[in-house]
Ligand binder design. Structure first.
Ligand SMILES: [Zn+2]
Length: 360
């Protein structure tokens, strides 16, 4: 398992959580039965206590950029963050090269937010993730990794790992570091990499996470992102928190003087209140346990051919796991695609939608 903290230099909680875990292992409280690699993300920004120096380090992990950084020397990097990605990607790749691939290695990226928040995970809802995360004491936001490009986790996922980010808040708080530590510990124990889960302090921390996240569905799936073009002209309505229920047509923000409304009855995710950012908010749908169970079994039984019964949906020729949708606005089409895990969706200029999944 590989854990990365401090990818944003103003989020010391991840580094504190890794220190706390190391202490517990050193004290002999927890016994390690495999390999755990912990890495600092943006070393320079962490030392200065700033979010970033030249650019957001968690948006640089695109295939083209990584390929370029692989072929140049450290001195040839164009920004402070490129230098960080240059080093971190090499460490990460080395750790993945040395990993045993059964079960698949896990890469965890630790973050905090400026506002207090219940801890949550961002992960892919694929079959290989479902087994690891069943019973996770915090909610999961699915479909976000697929919607955002250039994430470290996207790079690790493309290399075959299971990936998740954990976020809580606020920055600098003791509770944020404790939350991050507890969730990493839960995953370490679940994956059999560490023993010591019987300790009462560990069990209490899981119980407290569960209590704080009570009432939130196990998975909320992102169906909409509100992009922010001009931060000066976007104002989120006051008082929203992640996972708040919103009604259809409820006003959520004002952008360029016009009200922005919720598209349907849903959950609001990650409202933008800080000065920087390109994501105003996300809208997600609740996925309860029966839905997740059904979706998992329909994927296990490879029933995706059922999608072909929609009149506007057909398999893209060429043998890949891609569906072509001519009328993507048909009421149930997008829902059915997500049900079968086709979350990588590209809309062509013609209005046609191409939906694919890297892993079922
Ligand atoms: Zn962050």
């Amino acid at each position: 398992m590989i854990v990365v903290g401090g990818m944003h230099g103003n989020e010391p909680g991840g580094l504190a959580a890794m220190d706390r875990l190391t202490d517990r292992i050193d004290r002999g409280e927890l016994k390690l039965r495999g390999r755990l690699v912990m890495l600092t993300g943006n070393v320079e920004a962490c030392a200065r206590g700033v979010r970033l120096i030249d650019e957001d380090m968690n948006r640089l992990w695109t295939r083209t950029r990584i390929d370029r950084l692989r072929s140049i020397s450290l001195d040839a990097c164009a920004s402070a963050e490129e230098r960080e990605v240059w080093s971190l990607s090499r460490e990460l790749d080395r750790a993945l090269d040395e990993a045993t691939w059964n079960p698949l290695p896990v890469v965890i990226d630790l973050h905090t937010a400026s506002a207090p928040s219940v801890p949550f995970a961002v992960a892919r809802n694929t079959l290989d993730h479902a087994a690891l995360f069943r019973g996770l004491p915090i909610p999961i936001i699915a479909g976000l990794e697929e919607a955002l490009g250039g994430l470290l986790l996207g790079h690790a996922f493309d290399r075959g790992a299971r990936t998740l980010a954990i976020e809580t808040g606020p920055h600098e708080s003791e509770t944020a570091a404790e939350d991050l530590e507890s969730v990493v510990l839960w995953i370490l124990i679940r994956s059999g990499l560490i023993t010591g889960g019987e300790l009462s302090s560990v069990r209490d921390s899981f119980a407290s996470l569960r209590e704080r996240c009570a009432g939130i569905p196990p998975i909320v799936e992102v169906i909409h992102r509100h992009p922010v073009v001009d931060r000066e002209r976007f104002v989120m309505e006051d008082g929203f928190r992640s996972f708040d229920r919103v009604a259809a047509q409820q006003v959520l923000a004002v952008d360029h003087g016009l009200p922005v409304r919720a598209p349907c009855r849903s959950r609001l995710l990650m409202p933008l209140y800080q000065d920087q950012g390109e994501d105003g908010f996300f809208i997600g749908l609740e996925r309860d346990r029966p839905y997740l169970w059904l979706s998992e079994w329909f994927r296990r039984l490879r029933l995706q051919w059922l999608l072909g019964f929609f009149p506007s949906v057909r398999r893209e020729p060429g043998g890949g796991d891609v569906w072509r949708v001519d009328r993507p606005d048909h009421r149930w089409v997008r829902e059915a695609l997500r049900f079968f895990g086709y979350r990588e969706q590209v809309e062509l200029k013609s209005g046609t939608l191409l939906a694919s999944r890297s892993r079922p």
